[in-house]
Design a protein around this ligand. Structure first.
Ligand code: NAD
Length: 410
């Protein structure tokens, strides 16, 4: 099978998990990606990733600290996978596209909507594929919910809620996730959620929102559960407390283009712990939007609630894409779902490059996910409801203007 030759740029926590995704793909007959190089501004991170890659994939990628040097020195490099923190996504991605690379970039696509537009323009200018690695929608539960909505199994959706509150004052994964100009916790998690909301219910028309910073000082946890070598190393080096500048709580009302309304409450700080998802339709209710490793739950009018497996026994015409069928033959999340979904992202990118296929979450989709979260921030700053179009066009931009000025995005 033809393969694309790829370089990983950004060898931190998620960069490590991408290596496990590549291993999952390599173990299937679908393997169409060869990792040739790893690159990180911190050489020790690139070295650790190269060692890990050799253990997982059997060959050691070349190590670089400079993207341009990597592209020039590695023969036949086709694409790069950008897994740096979001504040430099636009820089690294635009440079890679201008060097002729196809690109996959981790979510959030970029730090501001304007930065997203720069990336879309660079992809168009260079006629290259740009994929945003948005993983939650690739889970079997999200695909099943999507199918149930498309086939109007719960009738016409008219109202929904998406609530995810985890109250605490600990450092959320990394210190940079608490800084406005690096991508705060609501942006970091929120794009997964806006992507799911848009995937299931279509585009958003307007937004009213409010945001708060409840925990201005974040404290280091006693330990973390993740056993990846990099995660433990990153945790060990972390300061005992860090200042937070990015808001950690948000509430919003989305009016969708199809007329449905969505009530959003997302927070990673403060005191409440609460979660719930629901899509109400004229014939029944879905109790999940789907998520990584999740299960669909549905209740039709006057009937008992059905779990994911039971829904599969009554639903018609539901299937997954071929590699997903290979990973999830029972159409339900299994072990290592995180890595398998990353493998699906790599496979899709390579298929798009090799056979000129469409990318599901391309630059425009990735930009819309970022814009939908920032619409909450811009609405709060403007003190009024905002139209999605004016946020996507950067006409309502006071909140993000400050970030663009700091990062010199213009
Ligand atoms: N999809 C998911 O479920 C998921 C989960 C975690 C993280 N992420 C995303 O992955 C990205 C990285 O997050 P993380 O937790 O791995 O962060 P991290 O801080 O652990 O790693 C970032 C790495 O990028 C490197 N880096 C920074 N600037 C660079 C540059 N210009 N060139 C090369 N390397 C550079 C850093 O040295 C570091 O090794 C973020 O966009 C984050 O939102 C996605």
């Amino acid at each position: 099978m033809d393969k694309i030759r790829i370089g990983l740029v950004g060898c931190g926590g998620m960069g490590t998990r991408h290596l496990y995704g590549l291993q999952e793909l390599a173990q299937t007959p679908f393997n169409n990606v060869e990792l040739c190089a790893v690159c990180d501004i911190h050489r020790e991170n690139a070295e650790l990733a190269a060692t890990e890659a050799e253990q997982l994939l059997g060959t050691c990628p070349e190590i670089f600290t400079d993207l341009e040097e990597m592209v020039q020195r590695v023969p036949d490099l086709t694409a790069v996978d950008v897994v740096t923190d979001p504040s430099v996504h636009h820089q690294v991605v635009c440079q890679a596209l201008d060097l002729g690379m196809h690109v996959m970039v981790e979510k959030p696509m970029a730090i501001t909507v304007q930065a997203c537009h720069k990336m879309i323009e660079a992809a168009e200018r260079n006629n290259r594929k740009l994929s945003v690695a948005e993983n939650y929608r690739r889970d079997a539960s999200a695909r099943l919910v999507h199918h149930l909505l498309k086939t109007e199994t719960i009738g016409v959706p008219y109202m929904a809620l998406f609530h995810s509150l985890s109250g605490n004052n600990t450092i959320f994964i990394t210190p940079w996730r608490h800084l406005k100009d690096k991508g705060g916790p609501i942006i970091d998690m929120g794009v997964h959620f806006t992507d799911l909301i848009r995937y299931q219910l279509g585009d958003i028309e307007e937004v009213y929102g409010d945001i708060r910073l409840i925990e201005p000082v974040r404290k280091k946890q006693e330990s973390i559960g993740d056993n990846y070598t990099f995660y433990q190393k990153r945790f060990k080096a972390m300061a005992s407390e860090v200042p937070a500048t990015a808001e950690d709580n948000s509430i919003a009302m989305f009016k969708m283009e199809n007329g449905a309304t969505v009530n959003w409450i997302v927070g990673l700080g403060g005191h409440g712990n609460y979660g719930g998802q629901m899509i109400l339709g004229t014939k029944g209710v879905l109790k999940s939007f789907g998520t990584r490793g999740g299960r669909a739950v549905m209740q039709l009018a006057e009937q008992a609630e059905m779990g994911h497996q039971e829904i599969l026994t009554v639903v018609d015409g539901f299937s997954l894409e071929p590699l997903a069928e290979h990973f999830f033959p029972d159409r339900i999340a299994t072990d290592n779902v995180d890595w398998k979904i990353i493998a699906l992202e790599y496979y899709e990118l390579a298929e798009a490059i090799l056979n000129d296929r469409q990318i599901e979450v391309n630059g425009v989709e990735g930009m819309k996910d970022v814009a939908a979260v920032y619409a909450i921030f811009e609405s709060a700053k403007a003190g009024r409801t905002v139209k999605m179009q004016e946020v996507e066009n950067c006409q309502v931009y006071d909140y993000q203007k400050e970030i663009d000025e700091i990062l010199e995005i213009n």
